[in-house]
Write a protein that binds this ligand. Structure first.
Ligand code: SF4
Length: 355
């Protein structure tokens, strides 16, 4: 059965016209799915019974289910394990930050990129998520918390620029005015640095204008050698190429660039690393923020986070070199664990190699 969450409003209109229905039905159904939080076809009370039965026969209103929720007692952060239709799991996180609610969602089940500090990649890539599944992660969190999510970061498992078409469809669905009506500026795409994907994003147009989504690039090292060691697949692009692509995105969109840098004890946390990093960031000649993230422990990697004083010193060094840095505030520290670990545990319980 086709997943109705995966249709844009125009596609839904064409689909319904094919069933002999009036075009305005598309707006009603799209709004039920993406604005009014319908949990199923029976919630769509302004549709005739006949149409609801027809929809039930032919379409599914999504297929994700909440498997497990971990709740922080400290700050309201909730970590979700979602079961995928057909098997497998993905994770998402609900965070309350400065009066607005943010969802961190996955774009793929597992990940092929093999970054050495990341639990999401341990079993490789299982499959891409559809745009509808990405949207559903948000709606399930909204239903569970009774809150409206206004910001989305695509920073869970997966590399979104390797699931490009679904990513763009997701952005179109999220920003449609008859649906959730989210601003593009409330959406952040986090990439490990897929250069062709960043260039494609820079060239992307909507309504005759360039995109306005935020781009976050996972850098994690300031030299090609070190980056290739930490991020074997992403490291196939040189840092120079990557910074030039980031510059291209800035020139097209005028959006501030964000760089993610996982601080790993004894690996990339020295004064020299801070200096090299500042040189790399300056190459973009763009407004920027470097997010310093003390690395999460992943048993498989053996990496450890530096002491707090080392992190602060690294940030101060960067600032001395003219780079804006911030140490990421840790939400949900009482339910901590690297991204992907909850999923891995559940998969093992179920006896699978992957999810
Ligand atoms: S950090 Fe991101 S790109 Fe790298 S392996 Fe993990 S999920 Fe994939």
């Amino acid at each position: 059965m086709k997943d109705l969450y995966d249709f844009t409003e125009d596609e839904l209109r064409a689909e319904l016209e094919g069933l002999g229905e009036k075009p305005f039905r598309a707006k009603q159904i799209f709004s039920w799915l993406h604005a009014k939080g319908a949990g199923g076809f029976d919630d769509m009370t302004d549709l005739s019974r006949g149409l609801r039965s027809l929809l039930k026969e032919r379409y599914s209103p999504g297929g994700l289910a909440v498997d497990t929720v971990q709740c922080s007692r400290l700050d309201g952060t909730r970590k979700y394990l979602f079961a995928l239709p057909g098997g497998g799991f993905i994770e998402g996180v609900f965070m309350v930050y400065r009066d607005w609610n943010t969802a961190c969602i996955s774009s793929q089940a597992g990940c092929a990129m093999g970054c050495r500090f990341c639990a999401s990649t341990v079993n490789g890539l299982e499959r891409d998520l559809s745009a509808g599944e990405m949207a559903e992660e948000i709606y399930l969190m909204e239903r569970d918390t009774g809150s409206v999510i206004s910001n989305v970061v695509i920073m869970g498992s997966g590399e979104p620029l390797l699931n490009y078409d679904s990513l763009m469809r997701f952005i179109d669905i999220m920003t449609a005015k008859d649906g959730k009506g989210m601003s593009q500026r409330s959406i952040t795409v986090s990439t490990c640095g897929i250069v062709p994907g960043i260039k494609r994003l820079a060239a992307e147009q909507r309504g005759g204008a360039h995109l306005q989504i935020n781009l976050a690039i996972s850098l994690h090292a300031a030299t090609d050698e070190k980056r290739a060691e930490l991020m074997p697949a992403a490291g196939k692009y040189s840092i120079a190429e990557l910074m030039d692509a980031a510059r291209m995105y800035y020139e097209a969109t005028h959006r501030k660039l964000t760089f993610e840098y996982a601080l790993i004890k004894g690996v990339n946390d020295s004064d020299e690393d801070a200096y090299e990093l500042s040189k790399v960031i300056k190459r973009t000649r763009a407004p920027h923020l470097v997010n310093l993230i003390p690395v999460n422990s992943v048993t498989e990697s053996g990496f450890r986070r530096p002491d707090r004083e080392v992190c602060v010193k690294f940030k101060n060094k960067l600032e001395n070199f003219g780079i804006n840095g911030s140490i990421r505030r840790e939400l949900g520290s009482d339910i901590d664990g690297a991204c992907g670990q909850l999923r891995m545990l559940r998969s093992r319980e179920k006896g699978g190699a992957g999810a």
